[in-house]
Ligand binder design. Structure first.
Ligand SMILES: [Ca+2]
Ligand SMILES: [Ca+2]
Ligand SMILES: [Ca+2]
Length: 196
């Protein structure tokens, strides 16, 4: 019996003995293989990205399309409002930057379009007794990545610097994926990330 299965999630082929509870023995005593052929697709099936909110644009197939859907949102909001809008508009979370690849790709893709040349990410200082670099956590996820050198900007533009004692939210300065700490009440563009 030839059984052909097409699976969308498995990128491999294999054969197996399948004839019910016991293998059929041939004259040699060996059980012949009933071949299951699994056609291997080139890419796994991906869920559609949610429809962007009115002020947001989906970055379709731009950065890590098999991992996440990214949205550039251009209605300036403070950090907390941006965080809530990503969630309530069904676009996931303020982006979690997991590594240099993700950070660099997004900053390069967004540079021509981001009005203020910077955007909120999901990094916030939740413990402010360890200024300026301690106590930072992600709104979603557990990334330990920060750009190198620390936050990407060499001296004299050291960041984070808690300028004015009031900078507890992180934004990307959109030239080479450098980060800054900024006043959470500042109103900036923001980027949402929806895991696929
Ligand atoms: Ca991410
Ligand atoms: Ca701070
Ligand atoms: Ca700063």
């Amino acid at each position: 019996m030839r059984v052909v299965l097409v699976l969308g999630l498995v990128g491999c082929s294999f054969s197996a003995r399948t004839n019910g509870s016991e293998p059929i023995r041939d004259a040699s005593g060996d059980a012949p293989d009933a071949l299951i052929i699994i056609d291997a697709p080139d890419a796994r099936m991906l869920a559609d990205c949610p429809t962007p909110a009115a002020n947001c644009t989906l970055l379709a197939n731009t950065c890590l399309p098999e991992t996440s859907c990214y949205y550039r949102c251009t209605t300036n909001r403070n950090w907390e409002d941006a965080r809530v809008r990503c969630h309530d508009d069904g676009m996931g979370c303020l982006v979690t930057l997991d590594d240099a690849t993700e950070n660099s790709c997004l900053s390069a893709a967004l540079q021509p379009d981001t009005a203020s040349n910077r955007y909120w990410i999901g990094f916030k200082q939740t413990v402010t007794t360890v200024e300026p670099a301690g106590g930072w956590t992600w709104a979603c996820g557990t990334s330990t990545f920060t750009p190198s050198p620390p936050w990407g900007l060499p001296p004299p533009d050291n960041e984070p610097n808690d300028l004015g004692g009031n900078e507890d939210c992180a934004a990307v300065v959109n030239n080479a994926g450098h980060w800054i700490d900024a006043d959470c009440d500042s109103t900036l563009d923001y980027v949402c990330e929806f895991p696929r």
